[in-house]
Design a protein around this ligand. Structure first.
Ligand code: NAP
Length: 258
């Protein structure tokens, strides 16, 4: 129905997991895609595999989103490579485990630095280019954890993911006059390389708790992001959409059909 061909897209955290899935959907749709992450080796291998998916270019940019200057350099590199920027997917995030009773100030700070400040810095760095686009799109990767649910060991992470939505709502108002929309995708349990290490039994247990009966794929998040990035979604802003196979719906495990 809609076309993303020729659009210029930046996906932070695009070298792995959900970000790589988002990047693959945009690349397959013919967009020019830049992925940002810290590890150059991971960027190189992702660019190599994403490059063949569509007719657009794919480039990797080394960035630490918790550093404002690094974000500014990332945005400048994308604009130089693609002569502009239409879509920012602010996806980079971390989820280290830290029980509340023993959580240190450093453990709290690093999660807020990457997940909250990293989101704000990425958006700020891309703003001039998104305004110039005339139909800029910002898609945040939040989570069901924090905005809707909780999980032991992730109180700091949940706070950071809820903070992204607070940021989103005011950013959406401030940027609406520039025809920029700001929305968020809330993934449920998505099958990424990291989760594979948890083992088959654990994953099967997770799948049983989801009405759809399976974990999501990184591409599932990419399809939602692609819709929100389309011209046709231009009247949707400040909204959060859970992409979770119905995971947040059951009142109890008994409510999930066998
Ligand atoms: P992942 O597989 O660990 O990938 C994280 C990506 O972010 C990597 O590309 C990583 O590359 C990059 N990154 C991490 N810290 C960064 C920094 N400081 N600067 C720049 N890039 C950085 O994680 P994921 O599971 O795909 O999660 C991606 C997003 O989805 C996160 O925001 C997470 O909160 C959200 N999410 C995930 C799930 C899930 O089930 N997986 C569920 C809900 C929400 P480098 O390490 O090389 O920098």
């Amino acid at each position: 129905m809609f076309s993303l061909a020729g659009k210029s897209v930046l996906v932070t955290g695009g070298s792995k997991g959900i970000g790589r899935g988002i990047a693959s959907v945009f690349a397959a749709a013919g967009a020019n895609v830049a992925i940002g992450a810290r590890s150059q080796a991971d960027l190189d291998s992702a660019v190599a595999s994403l490059g063949d998916l569509g007719s657009g270019k794919v480039i990797g940019i080394a960035v630490d989103v918790s550093d404002r200057d690094s974000c500014t350099a990332m945005a400048a590199a994308v604009v130089e490579a693609f002569a502009g920027l239409d879509v920012l997917c602010a996806n980079a995030g971390i989820f280290p485990d830290a029980p509340l009773q023993t959580m240190t100030p450093d453990q709290l700070a690093v999660v807020l630095d990457v997940n909250v400040k990293g989101t704000v810095y990425s958006v700020q760095a891309c703003l001039d280019a998104l305004i110039e686009s005339g139909r800029g799109r910002i898609v945040l990767t939040s989570s069901i954890t924090g905005p809707i649910t909780g999980f032991p060991g992730w109180s700091h992470y949940g706070a950071s993911k809820a903070a992204q939505l607070g940021f989103m709502r005011t950013a959406a108002i401030e940027l609406a006059p520039h025809k920029i929309t700001v929305n968020a995708v809330l993934p449920g349990n998505i099958f990424t390389e990291g989760l594979a290490d948890l083992g088959e039994d654990y994953l099967a247990g997770m799948a049983r708790a989801i009405p759809a009966g399976a974990l999501g794929t990184p591409e599932d998040i990419g399809y939602a992001a692609a819709f929100l990035a389309s011209d046709e979604a231009g009247y949707i802003t400040g909204q959060a959409i859970a992409v979770d196979g119905g995971q947040v719906l059951p009142e109890s495990p008994d409510a999930v059909m066998p």
